[in-house]
Design a protein around this ligand. Structure first.
Ligand code: HEM
Length: 472
């Protein structure tokens, strides 16, 4: 059955219909026709009286949407999440219950800092945001393709974001700023070692994972608390490009990943992911304390195995990128019954920051924008004249109190390095040499000391390359 056309929702179709209107009829943007004479006469009359002229000119000035402060260049697609394993004994959120249940999703994938017109192939971390349109309202998981974040302190996010942007004084990129930030936030290397390894340049957006990163506090129907980390791994496997390959593609196509995702969906080759949760108990939380919630660390899979929950399929391209992708607004604070949120500080900061960003970028009616609307939700704020309000008693407990600790992550970075193939180690050395080459000897030696602490082979290889006296 065809979905009924709704002009307010379906802006792309509306556009098509407008194009089919009788030739020669021009209109102002609110639809009313204007005569050719009125539309083209701008001479000998105050322009402010020419509604068509004012309409066209003011729209042109405002037609570019405000960029996201990070992740400004992105691509989107739509599909569904389907439950394959019921985890209602752990989490009562409806999207995870009932094998076979499908929840519609919107996905936006984006390089973290590439500007709108820049290449999306540059080495870096990718945002992978999922919006679930659940029966209980919107659930947003704005995650990453890597399984950890670079900092456990929210204000350092701003420092990182600035160090990856153009230097405001000369408006060119300054690679030394990133090194300066890494020296101040050495725990970031646990994530950055992935980024400078093969995962930094995926083969396509179909070959990357989604990691929600935060350990989320959840509840089952009886109010019992557990903790989950959510991941989706690509069924096509992780695949990568080399620096040499991207150099070649870049010249031809800086929108390579967007094109690939769009073309695969268009020809019916739908990208798909298998989704998992790692599950921890309240006892695990007591035993591990902050370690369970530290976003700069992944949860070890031998201790917390990946438990399958569902699959995600993207099977529809946007019909209108502005309406459906640019206006998408993800907020980690958009949660549903059964998922209480992440007890860590980064989560708490994000809960505030994204809403703030949406108010600035999209305005106060952000939730009424069709793509952000909880269209599956049943909450209608009933008016008391025509209906009896149904009371709902949330059973939700407060979030666990978690105190951040200063833990070194180099044990995980060391494991990552040791588990790399010889080929990947060589490629990692190459990209780190590229990173350190423009640095002063003191900054370079500071960095080499950190790499030495991660693994003597890694520090030693870099020291030899730069004839550093800091290491062997
Ligand atoms: C304190 C830490 C962080 C702050 C303050 C922060 C802030 C922001 C802001 C303001 C935006 C733009 C939102 C918009 O305009 O719609 C954004 C985008 C994004 N952030 Fe963060 N972020 C932080 C950490 C993270 C982490 C840990 C992740 C992954 C788990 C993440 C993933 C994303 C993604 C995927 C987007 C793009 C969403 C989209 O496609 O619309 N961020 N972030």
């Amino acid at each position: 059955e065809e979905t009924p056309y709704h002009p307010a929702v379906d802006q792309a179709l509306l556009c098509e219909i407008r194009k089919k209107s009788p030739e020669g009829v021009m209109s102002i943007s609110s639809g009313a026709p204007v005569s050719i004479e009125h539309a083209t006469t701008t001479l000998n009359m105050p322009l402010i009286h020419n509604h068509f002229f004012m309409d066209v000119m003011t729209n042109q000035v405002r037609e570019r949407p405000i960029d996201r402060t990070v992740h400004p260049k992105g691509t989107g697609a739509f599909g569904y999440f389907e439950v394959t394993h019921d985890i209602s004994d752990v989490c009562r959120a409806k999207l995870f219950n009932e094998i076979g249940k499908r929840t519609p999703v919107a996905v936006r994938i984006s390089p973290a800092t590439a500007e709108r017109g820049a290449s999306e192939l540059a080495r870096g971390v990718r945002g992978f945001a999922i919006k679930f349109y659940t029966e209980d309202g919107i659930l947003d998981f704005p995650g990453l393709n890597l399984d950890k974040f670079f900092s456990r302190e929210p204000t350092q996010f701003v420092k990182f974001a600035h160090s990856l942007r153009r230097d405001p004084a000369v408006y060119i990129h300054n690679p030394l700023k990133l090194l300066d930030t890494i020296l101040q936030v050495p725990e970031s290397l646990n994530m950055l070692i992935d980024m400078f390894g093969d995962r930094g340049i995926p083969k396509s957006y179909r070959h990357i994972s989604h990691h929600n990163i935060h350990t989320m506090q959840v509840e089952n129907a009886y109010g019992d608390t557990s903790f989950i980390r959510f991941h989706c791994l690509p069924d096509e496997g992780h695949q990568f490009l080399t620096d040499a390959e991207i150099a070649e593609i870049n010249l031809a196509d800086p929108d390579y990943y967007t094109r690939d995702l769009h073309d695969s969906i268009k020809k019916g080759d739908f990208p798909n992911w298998t989704c998992y949760v790692q599950i921890a108990t309240e006892e695990d939380a007591k035993r591990l304390g902050f370690r369970l919630f530290d976003v700069t660390r992944k949860l070890p899979e031998d201790e917390f195995p990946l438990y399958p929950v569902g699959k995600m399929v993207l099977n529809r391209n946007p019909k209108n990128v502005f309406a459906e992708v640019e206006q998408l607004a993800f907020c980690p604070g958009n949660l549903v019954d059964g998922i209480n949120g992440g007890p860590d500080r980064v989560f708490q900061a994000r809960r505030f920051s994204y809403n703030d960003a949406h108010l600035y970028r999209l305005g106060p009616h952000v939730k009424e924008i069709p793509v952000n609307c909880p269209f599956q939700g049943r909450n209608v704020n009933p008016d008391s004249v025509n209906s009896e309000p149904v009371s709902w008693k949330p059973q939700q407990k407060g979030l666990l109190k978690v105190v951040p600790e200063d833990i070194s992550n180099f044990d995980q970075a060391r494991d990552t390095y040791e588990n790399m193939s010889e080929g990947e180690k060589t490629r990692l050395h190459g990209s780190l040499i590229g990173l350190l080459t423009p640095a002063s000897p003191s900054v370079r030696n500071g960095m080499i000391e950190l790499f030495e602490a991660i693994h003597p082979d890694l520090g030693g290889t870099l020291a030899e390359r730069f004839n550093s006296t800091m290491t062997r």
